[in-house]
Design a protein around this ligand. Structure first.
Ligand SMILES: [Zn+2]
Length: 441
């Protein structure tokens, strides 16, 4: 029989397209099936190699595209399992991914390859995923069982504890070890696997998550300043997770009297996902002050700003060209009124990063195709409101679980190395690259 092993197809020394093949007791389990967020076409797919061992089953940790984006290419051959909310959200995420791929190809065929799948295939793929049983477990082959545990992070996110008669493995997926309003903390600290496969997105940020309370306080104070001048705040937010969490945060701040009571205007994909969150989370998402608008086509920015004073929660989080947040940011950055508050991770190549970091009066290249605007707005700031555990929390988790082998994935090399440096004296720490196979016993 083959040795127990973990093959890394994606997310080795980068965030990239999460995808691993875990082989235990002759059973092959595909962990996640993501798409690289910064690549397109076949290059965005995980570097799968099923030559020597084909997956018997697939487990999806959550519905961010870097974990489910490649599902439409594999669902016909592999039976995937995920939590019910993940299945519900995955349909919207995959359909949207298909339509974005199609639009990009149509508008810029030189730079964008043929779409990897259609909206119809996206729908079929999400429908094909089975949910876990009531016990949150899946009986695999060869005396191997998988159990799903809440992972925090976003609605539906799960970590997987997988055991054979010989060895046990915990795959964290993306985790938050603190309560958010929309999802409580992960529940994995008391597990005792032999092998821990842990994400390391924030491996370089000591206390990004524990600063949450003070960041929200600072956010509230700055939002108040702008709203009290009867001006508006744009918060570019990721469609899945951040939009819904920020909606709850803003609603809570209003009900506690910490910011003025104003409309919260939603535009973009976050609106659709909010409906699924409302089904599973309920209460805090049924805020009365949310207004949903459509910013496609030729809706004028003037008309949108007439909702003000308001908080605009608009996708995308990094103000990617053609999205609602891009359109509004392009206008607000040139004025000396209203404000733009970023609340998530900003890739250095994104328009959001360039807008935030430009000097006053600087001409900012926005879309890489010649669209420019001058930054004249002093109220462009960023606040760290994350849904990932930080370096201190990840370190604490690894020390508490104390596995005989710790495999670090889903983080840039410096982030994973920083975690390794802190933990290597306590346990055997591995940071595999894409294409590498790690033996587990
Ligand atoms: Zn995620």
């Amino acid at each position: 029989m083959e040795k127990d092993s973990l093959k890394v197809f994606g997310s080795g020394k980068e965030i990239g397209a999460s995808c691993f093949l875990l082989s235990l007791n002759g059973t092959n389990i595909l962990l996640d099936c993501g798409m690289h967020p910064k690549k397109s076409g076949p290059e965005a797919l995980p570097a799968v190699d099923f030559y020597s061992s084909f997956p018997d089953v697939g487990l999806i940790s959550h519905s961010h595209l870097d974990h489910i984006g490649a599902l439409p290419l594999f669902f016909r051959q592999i039976q995937f399992y995920a939590s019910k909310p993940t299945i519900a959200i995955s349909r919207f995420m995959l359909e949207d991914s298909a339509s974005v791929q199609e639009r990009r190809r149509y508008e810029d065929p030189q730079n964008f390859p043929e779409p990897l799948f259609t909206e119809k295939e996206a729908r079929k793929a999400s429908k094909s995923v089975k949910s876990f049983k009531r016990s949150q477990s899946v009986r695999l082959r060869g005396n191997v069982n998988a159990y799903a545990y809440p992972a925090g992070h976003i609605l539906g996110a799960r970590s997987f504890y997988i055991e054979s008669p010989k060895i046990s493995v915990l795959y964290t997926g993306d985790i938050s070890l603190f309560d958010q309003i929309t999802v409580p903390s992960a529940e994995i600290e008391d597990l005792k696997p032999d092998i821990l496969i842990m994400e390391g997105t924030l491996g370089l940020e000591e206390d990004a998550a524990s600063r949450r309370v003070s960041e929200i306080r600072a956010f509230a104070s700055e939002v108040s300043k702008i709203l009290s001048l009867r001006q508006s705040v744009l918060c570019p937010t990721f469609a899945l997770g951040k939009t819904q969490e920020m909606l709850c945060i803003c609603d809570k701040l209003m009900s506690e009297g910490r910011i003025p009571y104003v409309p919260i205007v939603l535009a973009g994909m976050g609106k659709r996902i909010k409906r699924i969150y409302s089904m599973f989370v309920g209460g805090p998402l049924r805020t009365s002050c949310a207004i949903e608008i459509d910013l496609r086509g030729n809706t004028s920015i003037e008309r949108v700003l007439e909702y003000g004073p308001a908080i605009f929660l608009m996708t995308s989080g990094m103000a990617v060209p053609k999205t609602p947040s891009y359109k509004l940011a392009k206008r607000i950055m040139t004025e000396d009124k209203n404000g733009i508050f970023f609340v998530g991770y900003l890739d250095p190549e994104s328009p959001a990063y360039r807008i935030l970091n430009a000097q006053m009066g600087e001409v900012v290249e926005l879309d890489g195709k010649g669209e420019k605007a001058v930054k004249n707005n002093p109220n462009i700031k960023s606040f760290r409101i994350t849904s990932h555990s930080d370096k201190n929390q990840l370190t604490e988790l690894a020390l508490k679980i104390s596995p005989s082998k710790l495999i670090l994935v889903h983080g840039d090399a410096p982030a994973l190395d920083a975690l390794k440096n802190r933990l290597h004296e306590k346990t055997d720490v591995l940071v595999p690259s894409i294409g590498e196979t790690v033996e587990l016993d």
